[in-house]
Ligand binder design. Structure first.
Ligand code: ZN
Length: 164
């Protein structure tokens, strides 16, 4: 989303000419500075007897590519709760042994929104996979056979798991 007007006084935002925030968009009257901070996401490699769950994307962006269960963390939500929520929504599984093993930077969607993506490892605890309408297919595969995931952080995380 592009921010063009001050939410305080509705004048057009300008590139701030000086100060620690020089170059950022801001209100010339000092009401507002637009910090282009990344959004935070979480994704998970769910392990079950040496195989991991891969999901195929049913929507843009990256329609038809494989990826991992996950999504955007909501404001105020703890990352562990976010990944449990996303896993349940997208796969109907519950998981145990949640462990963060890395975080990387990526971009999402047509706008190229910057993200910071937290990678989890966990175990399938209970349930059979029931995919949501966000996904078209699910499969359990070894790390060796895991298809190249859609997103940069997922690819880097897969590489770490393969070499650990
Ligand atoms: Zn203003």
């Amino acid at each position: 989303m592009d921010f063009r007007f001050c939410p305080g006084c509705a004048v057009p935002l300008i590139r701030l000419p000086s100060g620690t925030d020089a170059g950022l968009l801001g209100c010339p009257h000092g009401h507002y500075i637009h910090y282009a901070n990344p959004a935070v996401t979480a994704f998970a490699f769910i392990e079950d007897d040496g195989r991991y769950l891969a999901l195929r994307r049913a929507h843009a962006p990256e329609l038809g590519d494989w990826d991992l269960p996950g999504g955007f963390i909501e404001a105020g939500e703890y990352p562990d709760d976010a990944i449990r929520r996303e896993i349940l929504e997208e796969t109907a599984l519950t998981v145990s042994g949640l462990r963060v093993f890395g975080a990387w930077t990526g971009q999402y969607g047509e706008g190229g929104k910057w993200t910071v993506d937290i990678a989890y490892h966990c175990q399938r605890e209970a349930g059979a996979v029931v995919i949501s309408d966000e996904k078209s297919q699910a499969m359990w595969v070894t790390l060796e056979d895991f298809p190249a995931p859609a997103f940069n952080s997922e690819r880097l995380a897969l590489d770490v798991l393969r070499h650990s």
